[in-house]
Each structure stands twice: as structure tokens, then as C-alpha cells.
Design a protein around this ligand. Sequence first.
Ligand code: NAG
Length: 250
Amino acid sequence: MGLGAAAGAVLVALVALGAAPAAGAELSGVFQELGTSECYFTNGTEKVRFVERYIYNREQYLMFDSDVGEYVGFNPYGEKNAKRLNSDPERMEYKRGLVDTYCRHNYRIVTPFSVERRVPPSVSISLVPSSSQPGPGRLLCSVLDFYPAPIQVRWFQGQQELSEHVVATDVVPNGDWTYQLLVLLETPPRRGLTYTCQVEHGSLEQPLSRHWEMPPDAARSKMLTGIGGFVLGSVFLALGLGFYLRKKSS
Ligand SMILES: *[C@@H]1O[C@H](CO)[C@@H](O)[C@H](O)[C@H]1NC(C)=O
């Protein structure tokens, strides 16, 4: 058979609206004829199945399935057409060839941006306030905008994996061919410990890690600022005094 693209009646939907309605006029009815072509791939292109469906007003009346090898009708109109189409050897040879000329042909074309599509996640840790429990809040690992869906996210406290007290959302599709996932640590973080969110994904050659530590608390950091200011002030005082005494003695 020639170019598979020629077989590309991918999806044809015809909506006949009686006559085009004049402005303000009511539609007399909506009639929909839908034709679809589907390709099912198992283990790459090792096993391929082609299915063509004919649907009128949501009712499928005719179907070609490459596993069956001929048309099957589901109502009297479909049966009539199945008989007519199946008795045309040239057409049937063409339809049976579509697993190669249409499905396998298009698989090669679309694979680089579908089957082989890899988008690495962006990973960040944030401290979210907990409304139900007191304390400093809870640690949330946001894993955003990755593809494909399979992913593994783990929390560590130091070197130790925290498998309990970890809750995750489902992997949520974003509607732009990416997914996202949030993983919450249910226990409050403790001062002096390092927390790590580790992500494994098909887009990453090695696991991606983000670390988090409790920032120094406000009182301690104010004291450190005060000590720093005192030291700096003392240095300037000493310098000033030095200049003053030198000037005075000269
Ligand atoms: C998948 O196909 C390859 C050839 O493309 C074959 O070697 C392999 O055994 C197949 N795997 C399975 C699970 O059928």
C-alpha cells in the first residue's frame, strides 16, 4: 500500500443541522455521524490492532477490527453495510493493511513527542501552617509539571527514610500533558535536623533531592545581630580613637 498518511481518516465528525438556522430561528434537530480510527500498540509496534467505528447519534452501528479481519454490523443498517463492504476484496485488503500503513507508520512519526516525551519535575519544599495542630507547621514537597505520570517521591530525616506519617495526593493531570503531585510530612519538623525530599522519575538520570532545615529562630538571630553590631562598633571606636591620638601627638 502507498503512504500510510493517505489512510489517515483519523476522526471525522459530521454534524448535520437540518438547514443552517437563520438568526434567531430554532434548530429543527441535531444529527451526528461520527467515524473514528483507533490504533492499539502493545510492546512498541510488536503487536498492533486497528479499530474503525461508525457511530450515528451515539449508537455504534458498524465496526472494523483488525483482530476480526472484517466489518461487523450492530443494527440492520450496519449489517447491510458490513455485507456490502466485506464483499469488496480490494477494500478489505486495504483495511487489513492499515495496521502497517496507518498505525505503524504513524507510530514512528508521533513517538518522539508522545511515547518518548520526558519532562523533569520541578521540586520544592515549603513549610505550610497546620490549622488543626499547633507547632511550626508541616513540610510539603511540591513535585510539579512532569511527564510521564509514574514517579516516586520519598521523605528523609537525615539518612533515615520516613515511610510512615507521609501522605500524598494522587498524581494529578494538569491538562497540558504534564502531571503534579504533593507529598506532605504529617509530623512537625524538628530543629537541627535536615529533611530531604527525593524524587525518582524517568526524565532524571539520578534521583533529584531537595533539602530543608529549620531556619534560626527570631530571638537567636536578633541576639546574633546585636553581637555583630557591638563588634563592628568597637572596631570603629578603636580606629577613631587611634586616629585621634595620632593626630594629637603629631
Ligand atoms: C517486546 O518486543 C521485543 C522485540 O521488539 C521482544 O524482544 C520482547 O521479548 C518483547 N517483550 C514482551 C514482554 O513481549
